[in-house]
Design a protein around this ligand. Structure first.
Ligand SMILES: *Cc1c(COP(=O)(O)O)cnc(C)c1O
Length: 425
């Protein structure tokens, strides 16, 4: 396919039907694939191209992975059943027990738990670093067994913007890849490979699918990282006995990292998306460019309104000129960041709860980043067990409201916020 512009790729990349084939990506709802001879099937178990079992690969899911790969400007990609699986696989594809990685401290709570609790239990250690720290300070977190660096382009829910070039420089100086979770900006607003990231992950559950109907994840490889530059990545550079001595980087070149995820991790852990879910994800991706534009322009207007309203104590949105991350946002996301805003209402926890209860259009849900405007008050929900001091220690003030601005008419969203603010006075 010609290298079309990104909004065209959203609609058409990944699937080009031949003469007489369905115009719309077909759902290949089959666990298995038929072969004429055992010899032909045997080739698949030597990792020759082709489909054998949907736990490993499926044509519908592959087409959608190819679309996201095209959007990110990568060389190979794979879908997983969730964003959690994508982040886990992106790391354990190159780390094992006894290894260590460095992660920005401001990351999604689910990812933080995965890194801080579950991965430690299987012998993989992590050091969290302040994303604002200078390169020398971040470099101090590295050890001889450090194998990767991880961060989120825009952290959920802290909305901290990652200095991708800084993190890439430190990672590469230590001979390890930078993995970036690009869920919040999506490739419409930021393509981390252009700034030196090596691997990109997604929770496609958010803006990519966009309608809050389908959990999913994706891992995309830039093809830029040289896995053979040192001996840190034996899983990619030495024989895999479970596939007759295949050596992923030697045999699959720039697709080696992703081929290993499919051949080993999807085979063994089975966090595979259903073809039906991949189809829904593809429908969402078709309108991603349009929706991101609206999410961003709506959020900008709402953030500007909140910033000047005297009932609001503070607003955190990287698109606001006085945001501490505004310069980073301008550099990495000049066309917009995302539709999520956090803010506080004067009057603390009680006022925050009253405000939310009075919203009529915006719904209280755990989700973020879909077409419908929604809100969450962490202090009374996800962080309910914590005292006000404990909340402050983990960066969630008692009055913090996370607002995910949808694609409704912005005047309706504004009027809803105004009437809910009026009701707490
Ligand atoms: C939601 C989210 C995840 C986890 O994704 P699921 O699809 O819910 O498993 C990971 N990273 C970020 C930034 C997220 O917002």
């Amino acid at each position: 396919m010609k290298d079309y512009r990104i909004d065209t790729k959203c609609v058409q990349a990944g699937y080009q039907p031949k003469n007489g084939e369905p115009r719309v990506l077909p759902i290949v709802q089959s666990t298995t694939y038929k072969y004429d001879t055992s010899a032909e099937m045997a080739k698949l178990f030597d990792l020759e191209p082709g489909y054998m079992y949907t736990r490993l690969a499926n044509p519908t899911s592959d087409a959608v992975a190819a679309k996201i790969t095209a959007l990110e400007g990568g060389v190979a990609g794979v879908l997983t059943s969730s964003g959690q699986a994508a982040n886990f696989f992106s790391l354990i594809n190159i780390l094992g027990a006894g290894d260590h990685f460095v992660s920005a401290a401001t990351i999604y709570g689910g990812t933080f738990n995965l890194f801080n609790v579950t991965m430690r239990k299987i012998g993989i250690d992590v050091t969290f670093v302040d994303p604002d720290a200078d390169e020398e300070t971040i470099a101090k977190a590295f050890r001889p067994n450090t194998k990767a660096v991880f961060g989120e382009t825009i952290a959920n829910p802290a909305l901290k913007v990652l200095d991708i070039e800084k993190f890439a420089r430190v990672a590469h100086a230590h001979g390890v890849p930078l993995i970036v979770d690009n869920t919040f900006p999506t490739p419409i607003n930021c393509r981390p490979f252009e700034f030196g990231a090596d691997i990109v992950t997604h929770s496609t559950t958010k803006y990519m699918e966009g309608h809050a109907s389908t959990i999913g994840g994706a891992i995309i490889d830039s093809g830029n990282f040289d896995w053979e530059q040192n001996d840190k990545f034996p899983g990619l550079t030495t024989p895999d006995d479970s596939y007759h001595g295949a050596v992923y980087v030697r045999d699959f070149g720039k697709a080696g990292y992703i081929t290993k995820i499919v051949a080993q991790l999807l085979r063994d852990y089975g966090s595979t998306p259903s073809p039906q879910n991949s189809f829904y994800l593809n429908l969402g991706l078709e309108t991603l460019a349009l929706r991101m534009e609206r999410h961003c322009s709506n959020a900008q207007k709402i953030a500007e309104f909140l910033a000047q309203d005297e009932r609001i104590s503070w607003v955190n949105f990287p698109g606001l000129p006085d945001s501490p991350d505004h310069a980073l946002a301008e550099k990495y996301m000049p066309n917009g960041t995302c539709g999520v805003i956090s803010f506080g209402v004067k009057g603390g926890r009680d006022a925050a709860e009253k405000f939310m209860n009075n919203l009529k259009l915006a719904a209280i849900v755990t989700h973020v980043a879909d077409a419908r405007t929604c809100v969450l008050h962490p202090a009374s929900s996800t962080h309910r067990q914590l005292s006000d001091q404990e909340l402050l220690d983990c960066g969630v003030s008692a009055d913090l409201i996370r607002l995910s601005v949808g694609i409704e008419n912005v005047e309706d969203i504004l009027e809803d916020i105004q009437q809910a603010l009026a009701a707490i006075e």
